[in-house]
Write a protein that binds this ligand. Structure first.
Ligand code: FPP
Length: 249
């Protein structure tokens, strides 16, 4: 699959990816799980470059969930170190490719060093405009919605918001993703077919694409394949096929 097969006119603006299968990939090579995460960084690099190459506006990667804090300390520490090193190493590439870095999640849970480096790169790349790379870190969609509800209630109590005015947009505007359009396409690798507490609100109308490829083996061609597959689908948003056909004339 090459980028030539992608229709530039119907490119999704935002693709989100649940990167899964690093541990299984490592096990297959009789290596420790952390080795899988390390090789997973290669997949991250190639996928980010491919996404920028075809002109996606947003790419979100689920790098660490709130639930991932339950993993063995050794694995968490290694993942955090990998994250810091990758952020430091890749800042130059992000600048060269005009990519802006953003992060969603309960970032205050991250180790200080990780958060500092993350914030440095976010700040440094903030004016870049080719594509936005969003890392979901210590992210839980349920926690995100709960926090949004808390913030909204506070505004109602302070008289800043009338409860009758609360609508979908109000919720949207209180999520981590308030300035990010909803993803049109969500990809999950490794053959698992579930959402794992990722962007539950934001994927209400996303197309879902599952592939058996384990994350360390994922490359830009696999992203292109998912996008071509997405482009063959008819997105109806509750309407009928006939209505959609008329709209497209
Ligand atoms: C899922 O595989 C992967 C993760 C929890 C971590 C993803 C992290 C990286 C690819 C490296 C760093 C990322 C960035 C953005 C620099 P798993 O461990 O759940 O695999 P398994 O399901 O086979 O056990």
């Amino acid at each position: 699959m090459t980028s030539a097969e992608i229709n530039k006119d119907t490119l999704p603006k935002h693709v989100a990816i649940i990167m899964d299968g690093n541990g299984r990939w490592a096990k297959k090579q009789s290596k420790i799980r952390i080795f899988g995460h390390k090789v997973g960084v290669k997949a991250v690099r190639d996928t980010v470059e491919g996404a920028a190459q075809i002109g996606l506006s947003y790419l979100t990667l689920y790098a660490f969930s709130s639930e991932n804090w339950k993993r063995p300390k050794k694995e968490i520490d290694a993942l955090m170190e990998l994250l810091v090193n990758t952020i430091i190493d890749e800042t130059k590439t992000l600048m060269e490719n005009n990519i802006r870095l953003q992060a969603i999640g309960n970032l205050e849970d991250l180790p200080k060093k990780c958060l500092q480096n993350l914030n440095n790169t976010i700040e440094k790349t903030s004016k870049n405009s080719q594509m936005t790379l969003v890392l979901a870190l210590s992210y839980s969609s349920k926690k995100e919605v709960a926090q949004a509800v808390k913030d909204i209630v506070k505004k109602v109590q302070n008289g800043k918001l009338n409860s009758n005015d609360i609508n979908e947009e109000t919720i949207q505007n209180h999520l981590f993703t308030q300035n990010i359009p909803d993803p049109e396409l969500l990809i999950r690798t490794s053959g698992e077919q579930r959402i794992s507490n990722f962007l539950l609100w934001q994927i209400a109308y996303s197309e879902l694409y599952f592939t058996n490829i384990l994350w360390p083996d994922f490359r830009r061609d696999n992203l292109f394949e998912a996008i071509v597959n997405y482009q063959k689908r008819e997105r109806r948003f509750g309407k009928t096929s006939e209505q959609i056909e008329k709209e497209n004339v």
